[in-house]
Design a protein around this ligand. Structure first.
Ligand SMILES: Nc1ncnc2c1ncn2[C@@H]1O[C@H](COP(=O)(O)OP(=O)(O)OP(=O)(O)O)[C@@H](O)[C@H]1O
Ligand SMILES: [Mg+2]
Length: 316
């Protein structure tokens, strides 16, 4: 038996119509996410990420095209049975405590009362929300509310997590904690589809990355497939002469000392001269590695090279 697709979309399109004008927010989006995969959904503000996610969850209907969750059309309520969702702007009743909220969600997810206690405790602990489980949600900070939103997404023990900017509003320590939680969920074999602006974290976490720009999918692949070689080389050297150190400080984009060693990143155009100096005995070259782009650099290149959007189609 083949592995099912957790998410599948075919030519998914959303045209928002309003008196102020129409806006084609998502255009012909076709992608597949395998069960057990972790996929990062990247795009600038307004690229169409939340609109896509809302169509997957049937909060809004596509103008055209189709989407399925585990082969069930997204329009059918049972498509959401295996899904935990963290919204972009979580809104919860202010007077409820996280525990009460999770209890309600567990009931909605069909968890038996006996199992609910265990699931709620586990979800609160995983999301690091157990420290304020009994405080009214209205009195929590943004980052705390975000953790409650994650706990709420986890409480039904869903196989597919759809997370719209899960790290939004989190401090750096909490962001790392969130990444660790997502790693743990990934280890458990869960499917994770998350939108994010934290490309460094996406690079560390995701099996594949989809880049959407002005509603169109520009790239979809592993981070290794998306990043290219750059024109930069990083060298590590020791016993570097003062003249070569001075030269490196002028030409290198980064240069630092690490103990007795010098680490410098230089453009390929400077390579012949620098190698020549090492050959002349101005230092001992220990390693020389061509740099690859970071995911952030690849993202910027892909988005900047994109053709301008097609003219907006007239609404019928
Ligand atoms: N209800 C709506 N009516 C009309 N236009 C909308 C509506 N919701 C979103 N849009 C527009 O659709 C486009 C895509 O919005 P969307 O919220 O999907 O972007 P996003 O990729 O999630 O951005 P962000 O990173 O800022 O969250 C934007 O231009 C937005 O203004
Ligand atoms: Mg959004």
């Amino acid at each position: 038996m083949t592995t099912p697709w957790a998410i599948r979309t075919k030519n998914l399109t959303k045209l928002y119509r309003s008196r102020q004008g129409n806006h084609l927010a998502v255009q012909g989006l076709t992608l597949q996410v395998a069960d057990g995969e972790t996929v990062g959904f990247l795009g600038a503000n307004g690229a169409g990420k939340t609109t896509t996610i809302k169509m997957l969850l049937n909060f809004i209907q596509p103008t055209s095209g189709q989407a399925w969750l585990y082969d069930v059309p997204c329009g059918e309520p049972r498509a959401r049975q295996k899904v935990g969702y963290l919204p972009e702007q979580p809104y919860f009743p202010r007077f409820l405590t996280p525990r009460e909220l999770l209890s309600a969600h567990a009931t909605l997810a069909g968890v038996s009362p006996r199992e609910a206690e265990h699931r709620i405790a586990l979800a609160l602990e995983m999301a690091r929300a157990d420290g304020f489980a009994h405080r009214p949600i209205g009195k929590l900070s943004k980052g705390m509310t975000q953790r409650v939103a994650l706990a709420q997404a986890l409480v039904g023990d869903p196989q597919l997590l759809i997370l719209d900017e899960p790290a939004s509003g989190l401090d750096p320590v909490s962001r790392v904690e969130m990444r660790n939680v997502l790693h743990a969920l990934k280890e458990q074999g869960k499917t994770i589809f998350l939108s994010s602006h934290h490309l460094g974290e996406v690079e560390l976490l995701c099996d594949r990355v989809a880049i959407i720009h002005q509603g169109r999918l520009l790239a979809f692949g592993t981070p290794e497939e998306l990043v290219q070689q750059t024109d930069r080389y990083t060298l590590v050297a020791q016993q570097v002469s003062e003249t070569l150190k001075r030269a490196l400080r002028q030409i290198a984009s980064h240069v630092r000392r690490e103990g007795t060693q010098v680490v410098a990143t230089i453009e390929s155009m400077y390579l012949p001269e620098v190698l020549h100096r090492f050959a002349r005995g101005e230092g001992q070259l220990m390693s020389l590695v061509r740099q690859r782009e970071t995911l952030e650099e690849a993202f910027l290149r892909i988005v900047q090279n994109a053709l301008p959007a097609a003219p907006l189609e007239k609404a019928a």
